[in-house]
Design a protein around this ligand. Structure first.
Ligand SMILES: N[C@@H](CCC(=O)N[C@@H](CS)C(=O)NCC(=O)O)C(=O)O
Length: 246
């Protein structure tokens, strides 16, 4: 029986990092997917495990000495220390390892906050504002700017992938890919219009190739089972593009 339990959610850019790692390595674990629509992450029982009420949390009960770890970056470090890194030849090269970590921190510190900025801006709009074509409303302007920020940031990844659209760093699937792919899959599935964006052709190819990876299919289940459909951004993207072309 596995000593590892993962508390996670089916669509989170954070919570799907350890799941991808565990599936990629073929490590058995007890899967505990919390249902956000039922606020299970804020239940009394889960708040005892993580008082912040956030996933992922990893519980390792090996040798009867349980350890509970929250924060996806801390969990990833623990897993790589315990079971070995993803992309072993990358990790044995300090230079490539530095690149992997640079990408990982960039994703954490720039791309993810921008994506959350867009998410917040979108949910701050009324149904009317989502399809408003005037572009005069301050909230709509903020959402337009948030969207442009995300697309411009994604272009940087597109550039990194222009020689090969398989892996973010080197020639192996690494922590950098694990950090990036759940977010990209989510952005694609909420219909952010990545496929229609000529500046993101390499990135779109990267998503398509990696979608076929078994660890990605198993590790990010919410995008295949429809859990993301309630976050449909397409009306906003359509109105945004019309505003731009006016
Ligand atoms: N910095 C944390 C972020 C974790 C986080 O924000 N998780 C979100 C899922 S995307 C969550 O559990 N949200 C539930 C809530 O806030 O109610 C990490 O890297 O693990």
């Amino acid at each position: 029986m596995s000593s590892i339990t993962l508390y996670w959610s089916s669509i989170s850019p954070y919570a799907c990092r350890p799941s991808i790692y565990l599936y990629e390595k073929g490590i058995e674990f007890k899967s505990n997917i919390l249902d956000f629509t039922k606020q299970e992450q804020k239940s009394e029982e889960f708040l005892k495990i993580n008082p912040r009420g956030k996933v992922p949390v990893l519980l390792d009960e090996e040798d009867g000495q349980p350890i509970t770890i929250s924060e996806s970056a801390a969990i990833m470090t623990y897993l790589e220390d315990k079971f070995g890194p993803l992309g072993p030849s990358i990790s044995s090269s300090p230079r490539l390892r530095a690149k992997v970590l640079t990408r990982a921190f960039e994703i954490e510190n720039y791309l993810l906050p921008m994506a959350y900025g867009l998410y917040t801006a979108w949910f701050g709009l009324t149904e009317q504002e989502k399809v408003d074509l005037s572009g005069q409303n301050e909230k709509v302007k903020a959402a337009d700017a948030a969207y442009d920020n995300v697309i411009e940031e994604l272009q940087k990844y597109d550039e990194l992938l222009k020689d090969q659209a398989l892996y973010l760093v080197g020639s192996e699937f690494s922590l950098a890919d694990v950090m990036l792919l759940p977010l990209l899959l989510m952005l694609e599935h909420i219909k952010l219009g990545l496929k229609a964006e000529p500046r993101l052709v390499n990135l779109v190819e990267y998503i398509e190739v990696n979608k076929k990876r078994p660890s990605i299919r198993q590790g990010v289940p919410g995008v295949w089972n429809g859990d993301v459909t309630r976050f449909d951004f397409s009306p906003f993207v359509e109105a945004h593009n019309k505003r731009k072309s006016n």
